[in-house]
Design a protein around this ligand. Structure first.
Ligand SMILES: NC(=O)c1ccc[n+]([C@@H]2O[C@H](COP(=O)([O-])OP(=O)(O)OC[C@H]3O[C@@H](n4cnc5c(N)ncnc54)[C@H](OP(=O)(O)O)[C@@H]3O)[C@@H](O)[C@H]2O)c1
Length: 312
């Protein structure tokens, strides 16, 4: 299971939804995403996705040193069968979305989820900004960078508690859906109460909150998603420090499966709930393969239970 890079580059072409089809370099390999699937609106995606925040420069500011490598990671993810990619206008800002657009355009069979609602500055701060006009403007810039006519899943990145009433921001997302600019709406970093309020305004397809083996702070929100069939996208799914809190247990179970701690952490998320859609983030093609390979083994029932109880 400890997979290292098997890839080589070939040229292929992907069917595109929006703009004209172009010949796109893609990579081929022997790692396949074997996670089961989940419906987001009319799209069916494999539950194990890819987080594209790490494709940027240091502190998630600016472009990466090697842009072609970043594009290769995106193409490689798709080639491994990943069809759920998460990004945001604030990653770079702009760089992550642009690199995804350049790498794959807008293939029909890949759902690209992006977000709006956070500003950046040169210090790398993340500043909530939920102004409805700003959200509407950002949607247009995301369309351009992602080289698409419609955003597949548009997520409100974080409630702007100080300056904009939550309902005003969510209304902008609802309007964009009504106008056909976005297919589905999601929210991120919300409490159970805010999720409830958002659902009164618009159908919420997904929630994206921090959640992993050690951090169960969003368990209540996950339980609601589980009951209601809403996709739950855990961010920081394989955070190294969090997994290290349970290092001995993870090592023991990993040894049984010839796997790594991170692979066990991902396998546990896939077992935890059928609505969980993990989006491990990486800038490294070998790490990407290793993460996708976590979909290729199952944990035993008692292993799932021990991992679940580890931080309950
Ligand atoms: N909604 C929100 O507020 C929010 C906040 C944060 C993130 N996100 C989303 O969630 C995604 C995932 O979160 P995240 O990137 O913070 O955390 P993560 O996926 O838990 O961990 C990413 C870190 O792990 C390393 N890594 C990944 N795979 C590895 C492997 N197989 N072996 C060794 N190291 C590995 C990465 O470094 P390498 O690049 O070296 O592999 C990176 O430093 C992001 O990409 C983004 O799309 C959303």
């Amino acid at each position: 299971m400890l997979v290292e890079g098997n890839r080589h580059s070939v040229r292929g072409s992907l069917p595109l939804k929006g703009r004209e089809a172009v010949s796109t370099p893609v990579s081929s390999n022997s790692i396949t995403n074997e996670s089961d699937t989940f419906e987001i609106g009319d799209s069916t995606v494999h539950r194990l996705g890819f987080g594209a925040m790490r494709l940027t420069g240091e502190d998630i500011i600016g472009a990466p040193d090697d842009e072609e490598l970043a594009r290769e990671v995106v193409r490689h993810a798709v080639d491994c069968g990943v069809d759920l990619i998460d990004t945001a206008d604030s990653y770079g800002p702009a760089a992550s979305e642009r690199l995804i657009g350049e790498a794959i355009g807008d293939p029909e069979d890949v759902l690209v989820a992006t977000k709006a609602g956070l500003l950046r500055n040169r210090d790398g701060d993340w500043i909530a900004h939920g102004d409805p006009d700003y959200i509407r403007n950002q949607a247009l810039t995301s369309l351009d960078r992602l080289q698409t006519d419609t955003i597949d899943l548009y997520q409100f990145h974080r409630p702007d508690d100080e300056d904009t009433p939550f309902e005003d921001s969510v209304a902008a997302f609802a309007e964009l859906k009504d106008e056909g600019v976005v297919d589905e709406v999601g929210v991120s970093n919300v409490s159970a109460e805010l999720l409830d309020r958002a659902r009164e305004q618009v159908e919420i397809a997904t929630v994206q909150n921090r959640y992993n083996l050690d951090d169960r702070g969003s368990q209540e929100v996950l339980d609601i998603c589980d009951d209601e069939g809403i996709g739950f996208i855990p961010w920081a799914p394989i955070n190294g420090d969090d997994l290290d809190e349970h290092g001995d247990l993870l090592d023991e179970i990993a040894a049984e499966h010839d796997a790594t701690r991170r692979q066990v952490g991902l396998a546990w998320l896939l077992e935890r709930s059928e609505v969980i859609l993990p989006i491990p983030g990486t800038s490294d093609p070998d790490h990407l393969e290793s993460n996708v390979a976590a979909s290729q083994f199952s944990l035993a029932e008692d292993e799932v239970q021990r991992l679940t109880e580890a931080a309950d």
